[in-house]
Ligand binder design. Sequence first.
Ligand code: PLP
Length: 401
Amino acid sequence: MRPDPLAYLGDELRALQEQGLYRHLRVLDGEQKAHTSVDHTSVVNLSSNNYLGLTTHPELRERALDALRTLGVGTGSVRTIAGTMAIHMELERRLAAFKKTEAAVVFQSGFTANAGTVSSILGRDDVIVSDELNHASIIDGARLSRATIKVFPHRDVAAARRILEELPKGQRTLLITDGVFSMDGDLGPLPALCDVADEFGCVMMVDDAHASGVFGSNGRGTVDHFGVHGRVDVQVGTLSKAIGALGGYVAGSRALIEFLYHRARPFLFSTSHPPSVAATCIAAIDLLEREPELIDRLWQNTRFFKSGLQSLGFDTGLSESPITPVIVGEGSLAMKLSDRLFQEGVFAQGIGFPTVARGRARVRTIVTATHTREELQFALDVFKRVGTELGILQPQRAGQR
Ligand SMILES: Cc1ncc(COP(=O)(O)O)c(C=O)c1O
């Protein structure tokens, strides 16, 4: 029999098992909701990015079905050949107006929006100055661009400035940060970074994947929250988190968008969204513009749950958003905490290296607008019980904040 040339992968998986880091995929039995069934277990769901509960919103469903009936299930082509429908152009116009920019382009995902944009607007002679905790899609885009990558410590604007100071005058640079950091829930220091970008003439880019639909007026993101409209050249967002469907987009100048139409490889070489996805996203923007109360509910739940975890004595890091990590240290302990929470009816994923630094493993919680107070209180009670059982709760910190 032919020896398996992929046998080494099995060795790597066994090593993960030995370290307690091997994960089975959790499977939802039904819809993505705040209270749902996963692996045949009824759970309060604190693991999704469905911030506003739009994955199951009746109006979005209807608009998707409408598009499905009138426009079909797929587009049969990439955008640049025959895969651009009027509904794709309408979505891009709506996103540009929502983000207060000249234009916008939609990609198949937030990942491809970041990777496709960074890799096409920079080249081997350029320099990318990037926060150490920026999303993997930014890192991959930076690698693909072949530009020199300079990483600054998390949120350290002075360090970013020092990197720029040392570069030759006239060097083309991209200064890039997440708006909300996905594993810590803290915010990029946008106003200070924009000042540095202005001073050194950098292209300024913000990935607002977790901020769109969450921060700023009607969910316009951290650029709006910090009042830096017109100072961020490239704004990325996703349609897969608060918007509830699938996709990513870039908002900026007409020239930027036209350039991405011509050069961004995922846009050029991968088929466009089914029209039902575009219709769903347009319906979501309508909703954000019409019912900002949904975002208020998200923030009420966020404050309740975050302060609940903190007063129990958990280490929640520096989160300022609906993403609240419960940092425990070792990867195997985070996985154990996640498993015990699950057994008790709370679904919150464990996250370890390489997604976060070694020694900073955590269970990440995300609340949504659609969780009830009872569900959140239930989750807090379970966290208290299991945290005590595993020795994670630090009683001396309880109630100190
Ligand atoms: C900060 C950040 N940027 C981009 C993405 C990618 O978005 P999408 O899931 O739409 O590909 C994610 C998603 O995990 C993210 O957390």
